[in-house]
Design a binder for this molecule. Structure first.
Ligand SMILES: [Zn+2]
Ligand SMILES: [Zn+2]
Length: 219
């Protein structure tokens, strides 16, 4: 139902498995809202004071620290470390051997407290995520709830530095959704959807000029 309807009016934006992104990844990106509509939505969004980064499961502190650095450099948003959470057993689906992304998002959204008002929460996990209508998802975001999650389960092969770079890319991607950005058709842009590590590696943590403009950052 949500597939091919990313960044839909309900604010949900999933990064689906290959069965849904297909062999032509730009097709789904093109079906999203035009950049103009993303820009219009953004007008209503205030810049958060910071983003809360929450590791779930076995996620190295270095991954989180470098993710925070990417948020500062690319989005100009400060990041704070949230609580380190255990592997989300409550979200485990035994039949699939995977973890339900929506159920984790709900838990993450409950962490949105703080003196300066609710802040966006981005979870980083090592468990494989799914949604009922997708074989797997790399990430999922609920803009209305202010929570996003992505998984390194399918991005964790290779050198540790490569994995940390992918985490940076996907942290910017997830946070970009929470700031109002939709998927981008430019495969070099962090807002391009990732189906696997190769997609993540091809992107950088940086945003293309049109996503930067949508966020109101300097070119
Ligand atoms: Zn996405
Ligand atoms: Zn872009």
């Amino acid at each position: 139902m949500r597939r091919n309807d990313e960044a839909s009016s309900n604010g949900r934006t999933a990064d689906f498995g290959s069965a849904y992104e297909g062999s032509n990844p730009s097709a789904s990106a093109n079906s999203g809202p035009r950049p103009g509509s993303a820009r219009a939505e953004l007008k209503a969004l205030a810049r958060p004071s910071h983003v809360l980064l929450v590791p779930l499961g076995e996620v190295s502190p270095k991954v989180v620290a470098e993710a925070a650095q990417a948020l500062r450099e690319v989005l100009g948003v400060a990041a704070k470390n949230g609580p380190s959470l255990d592997r989300p057993r409550y979200a485990f689906n035994e039949a699939r051997g995977q973890y339900h992304a929506t159920s984790i998002l709900r838990r993450l959204a409950s962490l949105r407290t703080g003196g300066s008002g609710p802040v966006p929460v981005v979870g980083i996990t090592d468990v494989d995520l799914f949604l009922p209508d997708a074989p797997y998802v790399i990430g999922d975001a609920d803009r209305d709830a202010g929570a996003a999650i992505f998984s390194l389960a399918r991005l964790s092969h290779g050198a540790p530095a490569e994995v940390r770079r992918r985490a940076q890319v996907e942290t910017v991607h997830a946070t970009g959704h929470l700031l109002g950005l939709s998927h981008c058709a430019d495969y070099r842009c962090a807002m391009f959807v990732s189906r696997d590590a190769a997609d993540s590696d091809r992107k950088g943590p940086g945003l293309c000029s049109s996503c930067r403009a949508a966020l109101g950052s300097e070119g």
